[in-house]
Design a protein around this ligand. Structure first.
Ligand code: FAD
Length: 188
């Protein structure tokens, strides 16, 4: 099974709506579908959205990357797709993320400033700038503060079996029960 990596830039066709829970709603829907499909296809990578532009990086089995990219190319939520990187790769360099989302964060802002770029225009990135963007995605995947809309919701909506307080209470109750059993046993 051969692995490949792919990066592209595109322009969103939708009018950006106010951000909900850290993510533009159209992007949140794209992310939800991507997470579902990419996890199934064992694809990893990341998506940047800012200045109404996308930068996406995908890595995985060549067939899966190509199939996914074909679907992405057909999507009318963006246009002017420019392929920036499309090449074989020896190993996976991302782990545990089916599709990392990074909003136009302070890191990206700093990167743009360091490159003397006024705006996020990934279609005109040089290959070195692409690599730096990919590195930002890679690093941000360790930063739990950058979790996106659906991850944040998953975390909040996942019912916690026991709250810390309840856990402590159960431990105390268990100890009391043990003590009582001990005491009752010693009385016999
Ligand atoms: P479906 O079940 O067909 O659709 C999933 C959801 O998306 C549905 O709610 C549907 O209403 C909505 N939807 C689909 N197409 C449109 C549309 N044109 N306009 C509005 N809503 C729509 N897909 C991936 O699998 N992996 C990716 O990494 C990925 N990255 C993307 C990045 C960008 C910038 C964009 C624009 C799209 C991306 N997509 C990605 C989505 C992809 O283009 C396809 O829409 C998706 O793969 C179809 O998968 P599906 O058949 O499982 O989803």
């Amino acid at each position: 099974m051969s692995l490949m990596r792919l990066a592209y830039a595109s322009e969103a066709t939708f009018e950006a709506k106010p951000v909900e829970k850290g993510v533009e709603p159209h992007v949140a829907r794209i992310l939800m579908t991507s997470r579902k499909n990419n996890a199934r296809g064992k694809l990893v990578g990341g998506l940047y959205y800012g200045n109404n532009r996308f930068f996406q990086y995908l890595e995985g089995d060549e067939d899966e990357v190509r199939k996914t990219y074909d679907r992405i190319l057909q999507d009318d939520r963006h246009r002017n797709v420019v392929t920036l990187i499309e090449e074989p790769v020896a190993d996976r360099t991302f782990s545990n993320w089916s599709m990392k989302y990074v909003p136009l964060s302070r890191d990206v802002q700093r990167f743009l400033e360091s490159q003397g770029l006024q705006r996020f225009e990934p279609a005109s990135f040089t290959s070195a700038q692409c690599e730096q963007m990919i590195e930002l995605i890679r690093n941000s995947s360790h930063d739990q503060k950058l979790v996106n809309h659906d991850e944040a919701r998953t975390v909040r909506e996942t019912p916690q079996a026991f709250s810390p307080g309840l856990k402590a209470g159960l431990i105390v109750a268990g100890l009391c029960l043990l003590g009582a059993l001990f005491f009752a046993g010693s009385m016999l």
